[in-house]
Ligand binder design. Structure first.
Ligand SMILES: [Zn+2]
Ligand SMILES: [Zn+2]
Length: 243
């Protein structure tokens, strides 16, 4: 009964939001009745084989096992997946999501992650979903953490609890765009801390919007493992190219 009532409430709320803010396609910005317009749906390219066995970046040939970055680094995390390569329409959609307050896109991105990788997550036997945190300052400026919105969608869809409180970013790391992998990992060292009481239990699924070199996921994974976590996995919306 309770479930029914809540579902109904969510539906009504969704209907009202749609009326006030007609849904636009996250990729081209046109109004559409669907999550994404047909044109963009057709040209959307999901990452498939051949891809890196660790981070899922597209790679050139089936004979390669790992991408350039994973080949050179020992990963702290186990494995992870992204939906799309971070370029073009995907890049623009994530930019809108983060910087133009399109929180509503988290529903679409969450749904896509669930339909693509929900089964994989079930096999990973995850006890807790944790979003990559923003620094307090950045969170205040933006008003929300995009990774947390995604984590909530996944948590709801999979029935797995979300902890968006205890992993914190203790240092506001400098923008990483222009850094190489080594500078990134130095920049990120000790960027995260665990504020939870007691040890972490079981396998963890980390959620972020973009995966670039993997140093952010690894830095967070390291802190979680130091605090008792089992295996660490990740899901992101987009990822860089692997070559
Ligand atoms: Zn579109
Ligand atoms: Zn890789």
């Amino acid at each position: 009964m309770r479930w029914n009532r809540r579902t109904k409430e969510r539906k009504t709320e969704g209907g009202l939001l749609r009326l006030l803010y007609p849904h636009v396609c996250p990729f081209c910005g046109r109004v559409t009745a669907e999550d994404i317009c047909n044109e963009c749906r057709e040209k959307l390219y999901y990452i498939e084989e051949p891809r890196c066995m660790r981070c899922s970046k597209p790679i050139r040939s089936e004979e390669q096992e790992y991408c350039y970055d994973c080949e050179r680094h020992t990963r702290v995390y186990e494995r992870g997946y992204a939906l799309w390569v971070h370029k073009g329409d995907v890049q623009r959609a994530i930019y809108q999501f983060k910087y133009h307050n399109r929180r509503i896109y988290s529903r679409f991105f969450g749904k896509e992650l669930l339909s693509r990788y929900g089964q994989a997550v079930k096999k990973w036997d995850i006890t807790t979903i944790i979003p990559i945190p923003l620094s307090r300052k950045r969170r205040r400026i933006r008003g929300f953490n995009q990774a947390e919105l995604l984590a909530r969608e996944l948590g709801r869809g999979l029935g797995i609890p979300v902890d968006a409180k205890n992993l914190v970013r203790v240092r506001d790391t400098r923008p990483q765009k222009k850094m190489d992998a080594k500078e990134r990992s130095l920049n990120l060292k000790r960027a995260f801390a665990w504020r939870g009481k007691g040890r972490i239990f079981g396998n963890i699924l980390l959620i972020d919007d973009i995966y670039t070199t993997g140093s952010t996921i690894d830095a967070a994974a390291r802190v979680l493992k130091e605090n008792g976590a089992g295996k660490i996995y990740f899901l992101t919306i987009s990822i860089g190219q692997g070559y």
